[in-house]
Design a protein around this ligand. Structure first.
Ligand code: WAQ
Ligand code: MG
Length: 269
């Protein structure tokens, strides 16, 4: 990859509450257009128009960029969000997250994990054994940052997802984000569903499982959602883990396997 890459990051809020955020890595020539695109997204969000939008463009030094392969993707069809959450708990258990930690994280996400039941700007960091929250600011959380698809991987991914009826921004961005999160040393799994009221699918991701979508993780219209990154509690260097999540530059230039939908009853791990 060339040496003229910028990190472009947007975050937007309304009345002080987090509304939307996005992360891109783009060539210098595209930086201006992409910044404008992200501002547009913040101004036309389904939760309302942003009244504060921050965009950061940062040139990345050559040699700072790691390339990687996206996780494999599959979809499990569940009847409703209750079954989806049950399935998510079982998947998390397979990854080594203690049931009480998975349940605690799920309860926080369902209630709105930021103070006052609001959406966090980033993710919770959850101790995979105890369920304790480790992020020091429960409104901000921690953000995975400085990751994107290469142009060729984006092209391949979009074609593959289109075949499955899944070529949308939620899926593409979440797959890239999860790809960075689950390759961060110390993180064993991620649980996510959107805070956008109309987007009800979510996922569990881990190095062994890959990116496992669940068709329902919340009821339609529900404004709460977010992310939990489950952290191995032994030998933990949180500063290092957070620095890796926020700073390491990862460009996904290879796409993983993309599988069709199966029902939860047919899932065998
Ligand atoms: N790092 C950490 N946490 C983040 C980040 C980030 N870069 N971006 C968003 N979050 C957190 C934050 O708390 C948001 O409020 C929450 O996640 C939800 O973000 O396969 O669209 O962008 O069908 O609303 C998942 C399923 C969609 C996709 C997730 O999340 C699929 C989604 P949203
Ligand atoms: Mg959102």
């Amino acid at each position: 990859m060339s040496d003229d890459l910028f990190s472009v990051r947007m975050r937007a809020s309304q009345y002080g509450d987090h509304l939307s955020g996005a992360e891109r890595l783009v060539r210098a020539a595209q930086a201006e257009a992409v910044a404008a695109q992200l501002v547009g997204r913040a101004l036309h969000h389904e939760k309302g128009a942003a009244d504060r939008i921050q965009v950061t463009l940062e040139w990345l030094a050559p040699g700072e960029i790691d390339s990687a392969r996206l996780p494999d993707l599959r979809t499990i069809r569940v009847d409703d969000f209750r079954q989806g959450r049950c399935a998510a708990l079982q998947l998390l258990k397979k990854t080594g997250v203690a049931p009480r930690a998975a349940e605690a994280a799920m309860t926080s996400l369902a209630a709105g994990a930021a103070p006052g039941g609001r959406s966090m700007r980033g993710a919770m960091l959850v101790d995979a054994a105890s369920g304790a929250r480790l992020e020091k600011d429960q409104a901000r959380g921690v953000r995975a940052s400085r990751m994107d698809l290469s142009a060729s991987a984006e092209c391949v991914l979009r074609k593959g997802l289109a075949r499955l009826g899944l070529d949308n921004l939620h899926v593409r961005e979440a797959l890239v984000l999860a790809g960075k999160v689950i390759t961060t040393p110390g993180i064993i799994a991620e649980l996510c569903w959107s805070d956008d009221p109309s987007y009800i699918a979510g996922y569990v991701a881990s190095p062994q499982l890959g990116y496992v979508r669940l068709t329902h993780l919340k009821p339609v219209g529900e404004p709460c959602g977010g992310r939990a990154f489950f952290v191995r509690s032994e030998a933990l260097d949180l500063q290092k883990l957070i620095a890796h999540l926020e700073q390491r530059v990862v460009l996904f230039d290879q796409v993983g396997r993309l599988e069709g939908e199966i029902s939860w009853g047919d899932f065998d791990g």
